[in-house]
Ligand binder design. Structure first.
Ligand code: AMP
Ligand code: MG
Length: 489
């Protein structure tokens, strides 16, 4: 029996889009985390494989049979500036598997050594940032938000040199694919239209097969990716997620969250929230995310013009522009639908209770997650936990009165509303100070216990459990004020 039934379509179908390359074997690989549930979902036959073997396979010390590592080519706009050649500078696609649901999934390394795309980088990754990617990916997944996920994190036993010396690690990431807006930009910028078309056809076949029959499949691809991103970004916004580095190379055509390096969740509701240490203009602030997504989608649409209208690419501009502009409406519709679900109400057209609620949270700097969550208590008739989050009681009371009127008018019983609210509004998110605490324990003392405990809490974000109060609280004000996240390259 094959342990991992690789079927490597990217290497096979798009040989010009990547470079075959080997990981650099680490000195002393040790398994820090193995995601057995994800391995099972992928159909890997790894239940009887020894941890040392898993550590070797998922660090590049030894390759599992059938792996065919390649470094993928891509370009990207980073903070608005275009780099024509980025590519996998410290990552490798090991191969693909078909999971238990019949979906093709990439299995890829991050931190596995230098590649032809490394430029000045060392090709390495540190334990802390790789565990952050693990924790956030699992949290997003449990929140019902499409995300790449970590299958394994392996300590390399080697040091990486950043501002300080840090323990090294290799992350094994599972993704619907690693095709990015930047992948299209790479071939468009080089004027390699045949390769661009091969990539577009591959993307359609892999992610949007129904589009192959569309009148213009490439225009339809723009439309489908706009829709996927509208749904994704709306989900981020409703849980207070800040990606941190929404460069075009960090936006996946699949609609999964990917490459959320300096990401973090917002505590007090504030549209201007930025955590990333390198985002000093606030380009990727919480409230900008939908419009940055739209900007990135415009970059994708540009690359596809010569495929949409091969004889006269400029003639495709109006149709492509209309789709990208339509993203704003699509996003708003998604955001309203999801937002009203979080209020246990049917969506309405135009500004209403939802906007009023968020204006209230922003004015009072209430904790975003807890305010939404404690609406369920309020539906049950107990406003105490909710009211404690607000400085001034009256604006909250006024809003609650309106909300209760609408709930009553909708015919929903308080019990039904409370249950719906608890299913739509998580109690547990990865609080920044707890993430830092977990990363520090693992990085400084090799202690994985806080990470594992945090993962266990975040695996069931909608289910309140006794004894976990600590995991519901925002960071102490003093800590939150200066909180910064680092790209961790
Ligand atoms: P990221 O910020 O992780 O999205 O990466 C942006 C680009 O920088 C990609 O091309 C990466 O492969 C590359 N990169 C990031 N860190 C390193 C590193 N330590 N060594 C080599 N390349 C890197
Ligand atoms: Mg990236």
């Amino acid at each position: 029996m094959t342990t991992i039934a690789f079927d490597n379509s990217y290497a096979r179908d798009l040989p010009q889009h990547a470079v075959p390359w080997q990981p650099q074997p680490p000195r002393a690989p040790q398994l820090l985390h193995w995601n057995a549930a994800l391995a099972d979902e992928l159909g890997l036959e790894t239940a009887d494989v020894a941890p040392q073997t898993l550590a070797a396979w998922f660090s590049g010390a030894e390759l599992p049979a059938g792996a065919q590592p390649i470094a993928q080519a891509y370009a990207g706009h980073q903070f608005g500036g275009f780099s024509p050649s980025l590519g996998d500078g410290r990552a490798l696609l090991l191969g693909e598997v078909i999971d238990r649901h019949g979906q093709r999934r990439d299995i890829a390394f991050k931190g596995s050594g230098r590649t032809p795309f490394s430029r000045r980088g060392d090709g390495r990754a540190a334990v802390g940032p790789m565990l952050r990617e693990l924790i956030i990916g699992e949290a997003l997944h449990a929140l019902g938000i499409p995300s790449t996920r970590a299958l394994a994190v392996v300590a390399t036993g080697e040091e990486v040199f950043r501002e300080t010396t840090l323990p090294g690690a290799v992350l094994t990431r599972v993704a619907a694919s690693h095709i990015r807006v930047g992948t299209f930009q790479y071939f468009a910028a080089r004027g390699e239209l045949e390769q661009l078309q091969a990539l577009a056809d591959y993307t359609i076949a892999r992610h949007y097969p129904q589009l192959a029959a569309a009148a213009n499949p490439y225009l339809a691809l723009v439309e489908a990716v706009c829709a996927a991103q509208a749904a994704l970004i709306a989900r981020w916004m409703h849980v207070g997620f800040i990606h941190g580095v929404m460069n075009t190379d960090n936006m996946a055509l699949s609609g999964e969250s990917i490459d959320f390096g300096p990401c973090a969740f917002m505590d007090a509701y504030d549209a201007d929230t930025v955590f990333s240490s390198i985002d000093n203009q606030g380009r990727y602030a919480y409230g900008n995310q939908p419009w940055i997504a739209q900007w990135n989608l415009a970059r994708l649409a540009e690359t596809l013009l010569p495929l949409i209208a091969p004889d006269d690419p400029a003639s495709a501009v109006p149709a492509a522009t209309a789709l990208v502009e339509g993203f704003a409406q699509q996003y708003l519709q998604q955001w309203r639908a999801q937002g009203y679900r979080k209020l246990a109400l049917a969506p309405v057209e135009g500004p209403g209770l939802l906007e009023d609620w968020l204006a209230l949270l922003e004015a009072q700097r209430a904790d975003h997650t807890l305010a939404w969550r404690f609406l369920a208590d309020a539906a049950d008739g107990d406003d105490s936990r909710l009211a404690a989050l607000f400085v001034e009681p009256q604006p909250l009371a006024d809003w609650l009165a309106q909300w209760r009127l609408q709930l009553a008018a909708s015919g929903t019983t308080p019990e039904q509303a409370a249950a719906a609210l608890r299913a739509a509004n998580p109690l547990y998110i990865p609080r920044n100070h707890l993430v830092e605490e977990a990363l520090a324990a693992a990085s400084e003392r090799g202690d994985m216990a806080p990470t594992l405990q945090l993962l266990a809490v975040l695996a069931a974000p909608f289910t309140e459990r006794a004894g976990l109060e600590r995991y519901t609280q925002p960071a102490p004000e003093a800590l939150a004020a200066g909180y910064r996240t680092f790209c961790g390259t």
